[in-house]
Ligand binder design. Structure first.
Ligand SMILES: O=C(O)CCC(=O)C(=O)O
Length: 343
């Protein structure tokens, strides 16, 4: 049950839409000012990487005259290393923690997952630059990447665009009403980069284009099939995807387990977390508020110090990835780490 103290409440129609369709676009969650810290920190990181690349002779100039929405497109025409290095979970910036713990987002998610809220640290930053081979994401359900034990639980993905996410720029597409039927078979794609649902398995139902204006968010269940395609514009489709679950599900967040919450037990196949390779954190709690993570410094340390815990490889995804000689599962390098993608 969600608390009666929620400030950002969804309407009954919105709650019903999420339940029936398996997704929901919520507009006007964030003001420009609220997104600014994230955009500013990413921009500063991009600036530092451009300067370093110029110093190494890898980039002819910094392209600093271009704004957040365009700079990486120009950089990318010369070198893809910078956009590749910022993709996925490699960056760990303080503002990401404050976005993950944003009270409005937590109010929204609490209405689905209850008041004991874990942020799965499976967050991803996706600078979808025109012409990237890796940025179209094939049809999948997020639960395919998680532990089978968690299939029956709800993990809500909150997809947050940092620019207007339009069809031309490669916003997400979703298959409505396909989230109640369980798990589709998945297989690793040719480059072992993503898991994919075969077209035949998806059937012929038309997908819905889930465009989201900047300031809005898209909510998905972990069973909602979704994909994103090419960005056909010169604007970088910057977005972040964040994930939340109840503390009642398996979690490797270092918190007191309460009666009724699942405890990891390998003897009976209960995993340490729904995604063991990455560390979870408690972001809201009425029952153990002292254990809620409060600072970005703790978040950065958590990600830096997490000891890799292997996940069940039900689709042969890790095995396929491990054939890539450059692949090291979730190996960290410095604060940001040099981790590879799992969603
Ligand atoms: O942002 C994208 O293009 C893909 C996002 C996605 O697949 C996800 O959030 O699970």
């Amino acid at each position: 049950m969600a608390s009666d103290k929620l400030v950002f409440r969804l309407s009954p129609e919105q709650l019903q839409h999420f339940d029936v369709e398996g997704y929901l676009v919520v507009k006007d969650v964030f003001t420009e000012v609220e997104l600014r810290p994230v955009i500013d920190e990413i921009s500063a990181e991009l600036d530092a990487r451009c300067r370093a690349a110029v110093a190494r002779g890898e980039l002819s100039r910094t392209y600093e005259e271009y704004d957040f929405e365009h700079r990486l497109t120009h950089v990318d025409a010369e070198t893809k290393n910078i956009s590749k290095g910022m993709w996925s979970m490699q960056l760990v910036l303080p503002s990401f923690f404050y976005l993950l713990a944003n009270p409005k987002l937590l109010d929204i998610v609490e209405q689905f997952c209850g008041p004991e809220l874990i942020a799965s640290s499976v967050y991803r930053l996706r600078p979808k630059v025109p012409s990237h081979a890796w940025s179209p994401v094939p049809w999948h359900q997020d639960l395919a990447y998680f532990e089978p034990y968690c299939d029956a639980g709800l993990i809500v993905t909150v997809w947050v665009p940092l620019v207007d996410a339009t069809e031309e720029r490669g916003c997400l597409w979703v298959m409505p009403r396909r989230h109640k039927g369980g798990l589709f078979p998945h297989h690793p794609d040719d480059r072992a980069q993503y898991l994919v649902i075969a077209d035949e398995a998806l059937g012929g139902q038309p997908p819905v284009c889930a465009a989201v204006p900047k300031g809005g968010v898209l909510l998905l269940t972990n069973r909602t099939p979704h994909a994103s395609f090419e960005n056909k514009t010169d604007v970088v489709r910057w977005s972040m995807d964040l994930r939340y679950q109840s503390a009642g599900l398996p979690t490797n967040a270092k918190i007191t387990r309460l009666p009724g919450e699942t405890r990891s037990a390998s003897a009976v196949g209960v995993p340490v977390a729904c995604n063991p390779p990455e560390p979870d954190l408690l972001v809201r709690s009425r029952l153990r508020p002292q254990e809620v993570m409060k600072t970005a410094a703790e978040f950065v340390a958590l990600r830096k110090n997490h000891v890799y815990q292997a996940a069940t490889d039900r689709w042969g995804y890790s095995a396929a990835k491990s054939k890539d000689p450059t692949y090291h599962p979730y190996q960290t390098a410095g604060v940001g780490g040099n981790w590879h993608d799992r969603t």
